[in-house]
Design a binder for this molecule. Sequence first.
Ligand code: NAD
Ligand code: UFG
Length: 343
Amino acid sequence: MNFLLTGGLGYIGSHTAAVLQQAGHHVVLLDNLSNSRLEVADRIGRITGTRPVTEVGDVLDTIRVRMALRHYRIDAVVHFAGLKAVGESVAQPLAYYHNNVAGTVSLLQAMAAEGVRSLVFSSSATVYGQPQYLPLDESHPTSATNPYGRTKLHIEQMLHDLAASDATWRIAILRYFNPVGAHASGLLGEDPNGIPNNLMPYIARVAAGQLPHLNVWGNDYPTPDGTGIRDYLHVMDLAEGHRAALEHLQRTTTPCDVFNLGTGRGTSVLEMVRTFEQATGQSVPYRIAPRRPGDVAECWADPTKAQRVLGWRAERSLHDMCASTWAFTAGQRSAPAPHILAV
Ligand code: NAD
Ligand code: UFG
C-alpha cells in the first residue's frame, strides 16, 4: 500500500518508515525540516535498500498536500508532523496551535478533498493529565496542563467530530507513552537540538561526556525509590504499532478509535540510570535536583486494548532501549559529516 508520513523524517516517523518499507509498503515522507534533516532519508535507504520518496513541504500547505496525495495515490496517512516541546509551547502557544492544530485542519481538508479517509494520528499520554488511577486505560478522563497537551486534545476532539460527521473515515488515535531507543543499525535515533529535555537523550549525552551529570528531578515522590516512574517503550515497538494500526484500519468498521501504545510497565529514573550503565558499560553520574514543575509522580499504560484490537504488544526490553540508544549516540559522534553520508 501507499502511505504518506507527515513528519516522516523525525524520530518516530523515520523508524516507522523503515518498518513499513521492510513490510513491502511504499512510503512518501512529507517534512518541513523544522526538526529533522534530509539525510535521514538516505539512512532509511541504507537500511531498507530503498530511499523513500521525500517531499520537503509543510502540512499547512493544503494544495501541496493534495498534490502529494493524488500524485502518489496515497491509501492512508500517518500524521507525525508537529511541535512537541512542552516548555516551548508555554512560551510560544500560538506557534503550537498554528502548527499542530491548524496543520492538522489543513491535512484533513486535503485528505477530504482527495477522498483519502484513513488516518493514524500521533497523540500522547500527556492527554491523561494528572493520573486519577493506574494503569491508565483509554477511558481515563483527559485534561491538559500545557499548550502542547491542549493541541493534542483539540486534535483528538476534532478527529472524533469529523468521524461523527462522516462514518466513512477510518481514524486511529495512538496515545504514545515514553518512546526511547533507536534502530538496531545505529543509523536512526533521537538526536535533539541543544540540551535535551527528555531523560534518555540526556542520559546518553552524559554518558558521551557531552554533559557533566544528569539532574534527577526529585527523589521525594511517593514511589519506591522516590524518583518519577514512566512507561518507556522501544521506538521500534512503537513503529510496529503503527503498522498494526494501519492494517487494522483496512478491516475495521469503527470510524474513530483510541489506543494506548505502551508496555504496561513502569520504570523509575534511577532504575533507568542503572540499566543504562549495565547495558552500555558507561557511567552516568547524577545529582538529585528539585522536582520539575508539571511532572507527575507515576504514569504507565494499560496496553490491553491495543493487544486485543490491533494484535500489537511491545516486546523489546529496557536493556535493548538503552543499548540501542548508546549505539546510535556513539555512532553519531564518530560519523562523517552529513554531506558525506548523503552522497
Ligand atoms: P520529531 O520532532 O522528531 O518529528 C516531527 C517531525 O515533523 C519533524 O521531522 C519536523 O521537521 C516535522 N514537522 C513539524 N511540523 C511540521 C509541519 N508543519 N509540516 C511538515 N513537517 C513538520 O518528533 P517525534 O518524537 O518523532 O514525534 C512525532 C509525533 O509524535 C509528534 O506529533 C509528537 O507530538 C508525538 N509524540 C511524541 C512523543 C515523544 O516522546 N517523542 C510522545 C508522544 C507523542
Ligand atoms: N527526568 C529527570 N531528569 C532529566 C529529564 C527527565 O529526572 O533531565 C525525569 C522526569 O522528571 C520524569 C522522567 O525522567 O520523571 C521522564 O521525563 P521525560 O522528560 O523523558 O518524559 P515525560 O514523561 O516528562 O514527558 C514525555 C514527553 C511529553 C509527553 C509524555 C507522555 O516529553 O511530551 O512523555 O508521552 F507528553
